[in-house]
Structure formats: C-alpha cells, structure tokens
Design a binder for this molecule. Structure first.
Ligand SMILES: Nc1nc2c(ncn2[C@@H]2O[C@H](COP(=O)(O)OP(=O)(O)O[C@H]3O[C@H](CO)[C@@H](O)[C@H](O)[C@@H]3O)[C@@H](O)[C@H]2O)c(=O)[nH]1
Length: 265
C-alpha cells in the first residue's frame, strides 16, 4: 500500500450548489492583471505566485501577474525569471526597472502593459493573501463597482503581527487623511485593491504623489471622479520573510504628500 495519502477536499462552490466558478458568471471573458511591486522579495515571490495561480485556476479565471522589480539586490528578478519559465510568459510578465523608484511609480510602470480589463494591486510579501481575491471579484460584480478596496479597519478585517508603533502609524495615517480629505473609505493606506482598468488609468493620470501616499491619493481622486467604491474586509498578516520598506523617509513623504493634497484639492 502507498505510504502517501491524498486527501481531496470538496470544492466549497460545488458543495453549495453554485456554478463551478468563473466566479459565478456571467462575464467569464474578464481578465485580471495582478500588479506585484517587488523590492527584495526573493523568498516571498514563489509562494505568492503559486497561490495566485492556484486561486485563478481554481475559479477558471484568466489572469497575468506583472512583476515590477526595482533591481533588488537580493536577486528577486532572477527568481521572477525562473517563475516565468514555470508558469509561462502569458501568466508572468516582467517589467523591471533600473533602480528603487518607489511604489507609486511602480504601479504606473506596471499598468502600461497590462492586458486585463481588471487590475489587482497587492503587496508581494504575503501580507495580502490571494485567497481574498474571489471576494473582491464577487463584490465587484454585485453592482458593477469601479473599485473594490480591501479594508483592515472594518468588521471582519484585521491586522496581525504588527507592534504597537506600527499599528499607531497606520491608524494615525488613516485618521489624518480622513480628517483632511474624507474620501469615504475606511482603510486609506491599504494597498489591496481591484480596479476596472479604464478607471485606474484615469485615476493614475490624475495622481501626483509618489511612494506610499499614492494609495491614499487614489481614493481621493476616485471620489473626485465619482467612481463607485466598495469595501471587502481583509486580514493583513505582517511579512515573515524580508523587511518592510516603510521607514522614516516614507512616513515623512506621506505627511508631506498629504499636506500638498489638502492644500491643492
Ligand atoms: N518595485 C518596488 N516595490 C516596492 C518598493 N517599495 C516597496 N515595494 C514593494 O511594495 C510592497 C509593500 O512594501 P512593504 O515595504 O512591505 O510595505 P509594508 O511596510 O508591509 O506596508 C504595507 O502597509 C502600508 C501601510 O498600511 C501600505 O501603505 C503598504 O502599501 C503596504 O500594504 C512589497 O511587495 C514591496 O516589495 C519600491 O520602491 N519599488
């Protein structure tokens, strides 16, 4: 007898009598482009890529993963190239840059060659789990929302693994942004979001910030353009491998960007 035991878990969708996904139809022609900005994510990239591919495949969804690496010294790009060989060029697209140019411009760079009609933006460090993506897509389809944004700060959402300083920084950044600009979203600094591509194009063209404040400004612009925004609770789990790039410079840049927006919008 084999020493290996294979356990087959019933598909929750078919168990519930739902159609076997394409995420509950009807627009199965949709394609999802995931933008993954990376800086020193060598250890995280294979895991997140595998989980993304698994999630999309299980639901019969068309997808591509666009990796925007800023010449990471840890060799992230080499890992990305290997993953491209495994998953294929149609599923892994490489959009490297010559140096560390910040998160905001990484998204702009990534979207330029995206072929999906929907764009998903998320971190590559496993703090955003791909298993939440079906909930984003279902929510989008509910009322054909322009944007679905993940929120840590609502019932069902949460943050794990941060120390008190980091929690206060995040809460403080949200509180100040909400006070000054009130874009009507409960998690302004989160970066796990689904956009219609045309919507994201217009928002990005109007967005002037660089770095981490970019996420917050995008919600301000969405409100200006009257786009419909829905929220999905997410659990943010602090990275296990590698380090956060959110240092004092990024925090100062955030506050400066916030003030510039407040005085100009
Ligand atoms: N290409 C590129 N990628 C970058 C850069 N800086 C960061 N990244 C990538 O952007 C993602 C998030 O960066 P982290 O530095 O790990 O962010 P964090 O501290 O976990 O911050 C999280 O919380 C912030 C506050 O709530 C969020 O604003 C942020 O987006 C993120 O979700 C990771 O995939 C990281 O590799 C950069 O300059 N260039």
């Amino acid at each position: 007898m084999s020493r290996f035991h294979v356990s087959i878990t019933p598909d929750p969708d078919s168990a519930a009598g739902r159609p076997r996904s394409h995420l509950d139809m009807p627009s199965s022609h949709n394609k999802y482009s995931v933008l993954l900005p990376t800086y020193n994510e060598r250890d995280n990239l294979p895991i997140i890529t595998w989980l993304l591919a698994k999630t999309f495949r299980e639901h019969g969804l068309d997808y591509e993963i666009i990796i925007i690496d800023d010449n990471s010294p840890d060799g992230t790009l080499e890992v990305a190239k290997q993953l491209q060989r495994v998953y294929g060029e149609n599923h892994i697209v490489l959009r490297p840059r010559a140096g560390k140019l910040g998160l905001g411009t990484a998204y702009v760079h990534g979207i330029q060659n995206a072929t999906g009609n929907f764009i998903i933006i998320m971190d590559a460090d496993m703090s955003h789990h791909p298993k939440a993506i079906p909930a984003f897509i279902r929510k989008q389809k509910e009322r054909d929302y322009d944007i679905v944004t993940g929120t840590r700060y609502t019932a069902g959402g949460g943050v794990y693994g941060w120390d008190l300083r980091r929690k206060l920084t995040s809460r403080g950044a949200n509180f100040i942004a909400d006070l000054l600009l009130s874009p009507g979203v409960s998690d302004l600094t989160g970066s796990f979001r689904l956009y219609k591509k045309d919507v994201l194009h217009q928002i990005i063209n109007a967005t002037v910030s660089k770095g981490y404040v970019f996420q917050m400004e995008m919600m301000v612009r969405a409100k200006q353009f009257n786009y419909t925004v829905a929220e999905v609770p997410i659990t943010f789990v602090d990275r296990v491998y590698g380090e956060s790039k959110l240092g004092a410079n990024e925090i100062a840049g955030y506050l400066k960007g916030l003030w510039t927006l407040f005085t100009s919008v």
